[in-house]
Design a protein around this ligand. Structure first.
Ligand code: AR6
Length: 169
């Protein structure tokens, strides 16, 4: 089982094999984590994403799936892009959010990544409540069948960190 670690900080600064991007299905960038990764990682990542759109994913990456590119100038070797669901109070989309974590770890295994850093997927622009997003992230990571040795959750705010810490206990 992978070791679960919590860090308060910026995902773009993590020295891990792979960092996970909270992307959108276009794979062509956005705000939040996505904006920061492309800004710090440089144009190589966007070029790789455009290539994926021209080949494997002409209609975009579906919600709940994950795909890897190079990490450009980031300290990591790879970026694993995943598309979280937009939160809905009327419809339970938890299975899609859990799938983001599982699929990202599956891609990490294919790459041979041993250390993987995740943001709290969907809890920003996509509006997922932090408490539930943290619960799903921790539960899914704990249950994952993966060769990844360390799963690092990188939380931007003290609140997010404390919420994840409460679920880790
Ligand atoms: N490092 C770690 N966590 C961060 C960082 C960072 N540099 N920046 C933000 N967060 P979000 P989503 C936190 O909005 O909700 C983009 O436009 C943030 O506080 O990045 O999945 C994409 O292109 C929040 O808790 O991702 C999509 O269109 C969490 O990371 C859309 O946003 C996720 O926030 C995806 O929305």
């Amino acid at each position: 089982m992978a070791e679960l670690v919590l860090v308060r900080g910026d995902i773009t600064e993590q020295e891990v094999d792979a960092v996970v991007n909270a992307a959108n299905s276009t794979l062509l960038g956005g705000g939040g984590v996505d904006g920061a990764i492309h800004r710090k990682g440089g144009p190589e990542i966007l070029a790789a994403c455009r290539e994926l759109r021209a080949t494997e994913y002409p209609d975009g990456l579906p919600t709940g799936k994950a795909v890897a590119t190079s990490a450009g100038k980031l300290p990591a070797r790879w970026v694993i892009h995943t598309v979280g669901p937009v939160y809905s109070a009327r419809e339970d989309r938890s299975a899609l959010l859990a799938s983001c974590y599982r699929e990202s770890l599956r891609v990490a295994d294919e790459l041979g990544a041993r250390t993987v850093a995740f943001p709290a997927v969907s809890t920003g622009v996509y509006g997922w409540p932090m408490d539930d997003g943290a619960r799903l992230a921790i539960e899914t990571a704990r249950a994952a069948d993966t060769a990844v040795e360390q799963i690092r959750f990188v939380l931007f705010s003290a609140d997010a960190y404390d919420t994840f810490a409460a679920h880790l206990r």
